[in-house]
Design a protein around this ligand. Structure first.
Ligand code: C2E
Ligand code: CA
Ligand code: CA
Ligand code: CA
Length: 279
């Protein structure tokens, strides 16, 4: 499509036509999914290693397609990005977060912050803080109930824009977590230049501890770094007791993963909370 100007016949190549039709079909299917409540949030609690209490919960998006069944976010998030629909999906998640937090408050469910994943391009558009602020106002919620999880790719296209947005979110009381830490281009200078509260160490490092020396050293160093910078550290993808024990020995604050709890439907999450909240 880059050569369209030079050769307009390109547009009518059958392969091209088929592809753009497929694209249109996917876009309308996506819009249909948004309009018909085919998306759902699941909830995965995080555990504080010191108190053993639930200290927060991450919302994870699911798509139930009536024909294809459950589609993983690993599949549809990149697709939504490619189709230019990702911000619309983010807005759905943000609004849904407002709804569930309102419900949880009504039900007396107090489990730390609700963390939502925000796509990288949303930040560079310069509207994220405003969108979240509008939602909080609409539901009359304090920003302190919310955390956003961002990956490093969010800061690459426009650092200044990202910084302004994050500062505005901090003013609302919203916490900011750097997700998948260690997997990106890892310009460590981001850590002090942007107002993060939390680092989430990527599951790929956690998978190989404590048996593999190299990864164990990396995880130890990341936890020390976070703690010296006064950042909360969450280990992702903890599946084994040996991983948990090693993380405790390193002074890690929080774990998340199948060992503590799998992502749950809203109803399962209520049950888990009632069984596990000892406060
Ligand atoms: P993520 O933010 O790094 O989320 C963690 C992923 O690891 C989730 O996959 C979760 O279900 C999975 N997980 C949790 N504990 C364990 C464990 O112990 N072992 C293993 N093997 N996996 C574990 P999920 O739900 O399939 O989401 C994949 C990715 O899709 C997320 O990675 C996130 O980048 C993206 N995503 C999910 N929900 C949203 C959303 O609402 N908005 C956006 N923009 N992205 C989302
Ligand atoms: Ca996340
Ligand atoms: Ca992650
Ligand atoms: Ca990830």
């Amino acid at each position: 499509s880059k050569d369209v100007g030079r050769n307009s016949f390109q547009l009518f190549k059958p392969s091209m036509n088929a592809r753009s039709l497929e694209r249109l079909a996917m876009m309308s299917r996506f819009q249909h999914a948004l309009d018909n409540n085919e998306f759902e949030l699941y909830f995965q609690p995080k555990q504080c290693l010191k108190s053993e209490q639930i200290m927060g919960v991450e919302a994870l998006l699911r798509w139930h397609d009536p024909d294809l069944g459950m589609i993983s976010p690993a599949q549809f998030i990149p697709l939504a990005e490619e189709l230019g629909l990702i911000v619309r999906l983010d807005l759905w998640v943000i609004n849904q977060a407002g709804k569930v937090l309102t419900l949880w408050q009504k039900e007396g469910l107090v489990a730390g912050r609700l963390a939502i994943n925000i796509s990288a391009c949303h930040l560079s558009q310069g509207k994220l803080a405003n969108n979240i602020g509008t939602m909080l106002k609409h539901y009359n919620l304090p920003g302190s109930l919310l955390e956003i999880e961002l990956t490093e790719s969010s800061f690459i296209s426009s650092f200044t824009q990202a910084k302004t947005q994050l500062q505005q979110l901090k003013k609302l009381g919203v916490h900011i977590a750097l997700d998948d830490f260690g997997t990106g281009y890892s310009a460590l200078s981001y850590l002090t230049k942007l107002p993060f509260d939390t680092l989430k160490i990527d599951a790929s490092f956690i998978a190989k501890i404590p048996d593999e020396y190299g990864n164990s050293q990396i995880v130890a160093a990341l936890i020390a770094l976070a703690s010296n910078l006064n950042l909360m550290v969450v280990a992702e993808g903890v599946e084994q007791p040996a991983q948990k024990n090693y993380l405790i020995s390193l002074g890690c604050n929080v774990i998340q993963g199948y060992y503590y709890c799998r992502p749950l439907t809203q109803r399962q999450w209520f049950d888990f909370y009632r069984l596990n909240d000892l406060s």
